[in-house]
Design a protein around this ligand. Structure first.
Ligand SMILES: Nc1ncnc2c1ncn2[C@@H]1O[C@H](COP(=O)(O)OP(=O)(O)OP(=O)(O)O)[C@@H](O)[C@H]1O
Length: 503
């Protein structure tokens, strides 16, 4: 008997206002296939995935499940079919614990009580190498930890089709390897996987089939293993991607940001205590901090940005100024810009327009006079950010929430970089950003550095850190390793330090 496909979408279209997010898409996913969905930021991947998961209703077209037409009205119906989804922007209840979040998503095919859910989380977390504490409320977790929760929640019950929208964006290389081993195993047992990622080497190592979208439409299908990252990028973008600007060696200038014996107890009971962090950032250099999420990165970011006021002003020095007791606005006025790790809850206010979001951190750039907003200037400023960072949007009055994940990230990075700060602190600067935009964000950071700014990058992506940074350190259990010049270290050493070996 001929094997019937797992899922097929036929001529699916979806419009948001004037934006044709999906344009007559056809796609077939076979049983046990790991199928990549590729496309630049805003190409329509998340929209299609949400349609398949029953979260978004298409305007036109049909969805077939194992040969039969289905009308999905909710994710619950999709879950009953055995479909699970890991979202790019996590869909977790902040005030509930990991166990409660996972229990809420379970279909009622079996009897589950919280203690049984708790036990199974511990088993899966151990088996999959994705460390998660079931008792922790979500709001106490860093983005990488939330990503692990999303993945475990999905693997808990999904049996037929797993949809993964950028599941590796904030995981470490070791976690990614383990996740891929699991995905290969469940695919071999017949579960189909729809996988979206901008990391093209990952796509090549995992997927046997790819559908490429551009401007909402399918432009090509291929076997990614027979392609190169460059040829895949060409299919997505329609032209060659120029590689990032080469770094020129420059002797570092004077110290412009200094962290001295920073010891901090976290506000939340599950946070990481920072222990004697010492760090010097020089004019004209990019310093990277690697680490597995949950080792103090969020606490360090809060202390540096001013979200968390430190006990002693001298713990953070900006030039000659002791700033550790200043709040965020004060630090911004002194030239410290900041792109936080959680773009939707801390980077923007989702329901405000792009220009209002631009104003939130850049009012000091002459956009407000005598308490009045200068709207024409603000509009120009926002248009300039969007043009410089190629942010695909429907106008400066569209809400931040209406942007695709990658476009939102480009907007936030552009907003901060365009202020020409003396010090830029960026967490996961290219999270969810396509290959072309990653190159331009990296170029912009390198240009800032070459023009005399100091940049601190906190990321789990070693490729990114090795491309960008002049010096690199690792944060582990709230302690920062001594920074090493990029020429004097390598991925193995950084990987070991991230795992606490050799610390
Ligand atoms: N709720 C919404 N309201 C308005 N426009 C939307 C909405 N959701 C998506 N869009 C628009 O639809 C287009 C496709 O977005 P989608 O999120 O599907 O892209 P994507 O390929 O997943 O991008 P990325 O790689 O950045 O995540 C974008 O132009 C986006 O701005």
């Amino acid at each position: 008997m001929k094997e019937v496909y797992r899922l097929q979408v036929r001529n699916v279209s979806k419009t948001y206002g004037n934006c044709l997010a999906n344009n007559q898409i056809n796609l077939t996913i076979q049983r046990g296939e790991i199928h990549a969905l590729l496309g630049e930021n805003g190409a329509g991947k998340s929209t299609l995935m949400k349609i398949i998961y029953g979260l978004v209703r298409p305007d036109a077209g049909e969805v077939f499940w194992q040969g039969e037409k289905i009308n999905l009205n909710s994710p619950y119906q999709a879950r009953m079919l055995g479909v699970g989804m890991v979202f790019q922007h996590f869909s977790l209840f902040e005030s509930l614990t990991v166990t409660e979040n996972i229990a809420l998503a379970l279909t009622k095919t079996e009897k589950w009580d919280l203690s049984r859910v708790d036990r199974k989380i511990r088993i899966l977390s151990n088996e999959y190498g994705l460390s998660v504490n079931p008792d922790r409320p979500i709001h106490t977790l860093a983005v990488g930890e939330r990503q692990r929760v999303e993945i475990i929640r999905c693997l808990f019950q999904t049996t037929k089709l797993l949809i993964l929208d950028e599941p590796t964006a904030v995981l470490t290389p070791q976690e990614i390897e383990k996740l891929f081993a699991i995905l290969r195993r469940i695919a071999a047992n017949g579960c189909s996987i729809l996988f979206s990622s901008h990391k093209l080497k990952e796509v090549q190592s995992l997927c046997s089939h790819a559908t490429v979208l551009r401007n909402g439409a399918v432009v090509q299908e291929c076997n990614p293993q027979r392609e190169t990252p460059a040829s895949l990028a060409r299919m997505m973008i329609g032209s060659d991607v120029l590689s990032s600007k080469q770094r020129q060696y420059q002797p570092p200038g004077p110290i412009c940001l200094q962290v001295q014996d920073l010891c901090l107890k976290p506000k939340n009971p599950f946070g990481t205590t920072l222990q004697n962090i010492n760090l010097q950032l020089h004019v004209g250099e990019i310093v990277g901090i690697a680490g597995v999420a949950g080792n103090g990165q969020s606490e360090l970011l809060s202390a540096l940005s001013g979200e968390f006021i430190c006990p002693k002003a001298e713990m953070i020095m900006l030039g000659e100024m002791a700033i550790a007791r200043y709040d965020v606005s004060h630090r911004r006025r002194l030239g410290l810009a900041y792109a936080p790790e959680d773009r939707l809850s801390k980077g923007v206010v989702p329901n405000l327009s792009l220009q209002e979001n631009a104003l939130l951190t850049t009012y000091g750039q002459g956009l407000v006079r005598r308490g009045m907003i200068r709207f024409p200037k603000l509009k120009n400023w926002t248009v300039r950010i969007c043009a410089a960072f190629n942010v695909k949007q429907a106008g400066v009055n569209s809400t931040a929430a209406s942007l695709s994940g990658g476009n939102l990230q480009k907007f936030i990075m552009g907003r901060e970089i365009n202020q020409n700060p003396a010090v830029m602190i960026a967490a996961h600067p290219s999270w969810g950003v396509d290959i072309k935009a990653t190159a331009s964000i990296h170029e912009a950071l390198i240009e800032m550095r070459d023009n005399g700014a100091a940049v601190l990058v906190i990321s789990e992506d070693l490729d990114e850190l090795f491309v960008l940074c002049d010096r690199l350190g690792v944060i582990y259990k709230g302690q920062l390793s001594p920074l090493k010049s990029i020429q004097d270290t390598n991925r193995d050493e950084i990987g070991r330090l991230m795992g606490g070996i050799g610390a």
